[in-house]
Design a protein around this ligand. Structure first.
Ligand SMILES: [Ca+2]
Length: 203
């Protein structure tokens, strides 16, 4: 009886390990959320996200507009609209001044891609390879440098990407372009990692 109980216990433990392993394994066809956070426009504070593991691939999504001048000017991760007709539905946006991005990643400008208006909730996506350090986000107000007249925030979501046949894909199986941090650069400058474009995998 004791032996049976012990065997049963052992099987239960093994099953538990298998279940945990399956739960932790990303499944192509379903997005796996790693982290979500809010980046304030009114504080300009740096938000520290999770450590992106070396060997891992990640999809970073930013959405929602904010206001760089309440009741007058709206912005999102990459674009802005002065004298807006509506603070969500702009009818077109201008690129961030100086070829910067309002939403910074690891203290650097980011190319968030084509403009997304209110219909798509100002949503932007980039892909990154993990480098073993925590990723950070910050809104920099490149329009007036004044944070006291700002309002709202950008929502940031981080999901797992997948390696399919030696290439990186998102959860739908769509191949993506990704960016990684040079290991050689990381050794000398962990605090300010330099992003290096490695390969364009799409298309
Ligand atoms: Ca402002």
């Amino acid at each position: 009886m004791k032996l049976r109980a012990c065997v049963f216990g052992l099987v239960s433990v093994l099953l538990g390990i298998i279940v945990l392993a399956v739960a932790a394994t990303p499944v192509l066809g379903a997005p796996t959320l790693v982290w979500q956070g809010q980046v304030s426009s009114s504080t300009g504070a740096v938000v520290t996200g999770p450590m992106l593991q070396t060997g891992g691939y990640y999809r970073i999504v930013a959405m929602n507009p904010w206001e760089y001048q309440i009741d007058y000017g709206a912005a999102d991760a990459m674009y802005f609209k002065a004298n807006y007709p509506n603070n969500v539905y702009w009818g077109g946006g201008s690129p961030c001044p100086g070829n910067h991005s309002f939403l910074q990643v690891n203290g650097q400008d980011e190319d968030w891609g084509p403009f997304s208006d209110g219909e798509t909730n100002h949503t932007y996506t980039i892909h990154r390879a993990g480098n073993g350090v925590a990723v950070t986000f910050q809104i920099v107000d490149w329009n007036d440098g004044n944070y006291t007249n700002n309002e709202c925030h950008i929502d940031v979501y981080i999901y797992l990407d997948y390696v399919v046949g030696g290439r990186v894909a998102d959860w739908t199986g769509q191949l993506v372009a990704y960016f990684a941090v040079s290991g050689a650069v990381l050794v000398g400058a962990v605090g300010v990692p330099t992003v290096k474009r490695l390969r364009l995998l799409s298309g």
